[in-house]
Design a protein around this ligand. Structure first.
Ligand SMILES: CC(C)(COP(=O)(O)OP(=O)(O)OC[C@H]1O[C@@H](n2cnc3c(N)ncnc32)[C@H](O)[C@@H]1OP(=O)(O)O)[C@@H](O)C(=O)NCCC(=O)NCCS
Length: 175
């Protein structure tokens, strides 16, 4: 399946448009929280976690697209539990859905306390990455194939989230 696109600023990169399963993009990143990552109460800074989420998301986007990517947006995020210095943070990412030159990536974050063997959900985020070539032109992304029930659910939900994002963006840019 190839996407038709006529914009002059889009590089078709046909040789890279081979559909790939979601599983091929699944990535995992692990970080130990150090004092430099934390506030004076020894809790992980929200901005540091957002940085890690951006990187974890980019890993999945690169693996799927085999292209350079830029972050176009990060959806709303909640920080559900505090993370402390010494904790282990695990970030798991995968491509939920490809549109034309953009793709939605989901990142889920857990904190693991290896002394007490506890694992808790910290945050989840949806990011949109846009693929670009060396000249800054956007590049078509290969289709992604959802296989499991969860992957299919995320694939369907991603289309709804894209519509919400577009509506919100239109509204923001009008005000
Ligand atoms: C993201 C960027 C490439 C979009 O360029 P643009 O000229 O606005 O492109 P378009 O409006 O034609 O949209 C291109 C694609 O990006 C998507 N897109 C654009 N803005 C978006 C946003 N805010 N959120 C989600 N997707 C977005 C569009 O839906 C479209 O996707 P599609 O091709 O899959 O249909 C451009 O805004 C940019 O370079 N931003 C800076 C990125 C950056 O530096 N990120 C690092 C953080 S500072």
């Amino acid at each position: 399946m190839k996407t038709q696109l006529t914009s002059p600023n889009v590089n078709h990169g046909a040789e890279k448009l081979i559909p790939r399963p979601v599983q091929a993009s699944v990535s995992e990143m692990a970080e130990i929280v150090l004092p430099n990552d934390a506030n004076p109460l020894n809790a992980l800074l929200g901005g540091r976690l957002m940085h890690w989420i951006d990187l974890a998301g980019a890993l999945a986007a690169h693996r799927h697209s085999r292209q350079w990517v830029v972050t176009a947006s990060i959806d709303h995020m909640d920080f559900l539990v505090p993370v402390r210095v010494g904790d282990l943070v695990i970030l798991r990412s995968s491509v939920n859905r490809v549109f034309r030159t953009s793709m939605e990536v989901g990142v889920k974050v857990w904190v693991e306390n290896y002394r007490s063997d506890e694992k808790r959900h910290v945050s989840s985020a949806y990011l949109t990455f846009v693929t670009i070539d060396a000249a800054g032109n956007r590049v078509l992304v290969a289709p992604v194939i959802p296989e499991t029930a969860d992957e299919k659910r995320r694939y369907e939900d991603a289309a709804r989230r894209r519509e919400i994002r577009r509506a919100e963006s239109k509204h923001r840019n009008r005000t």
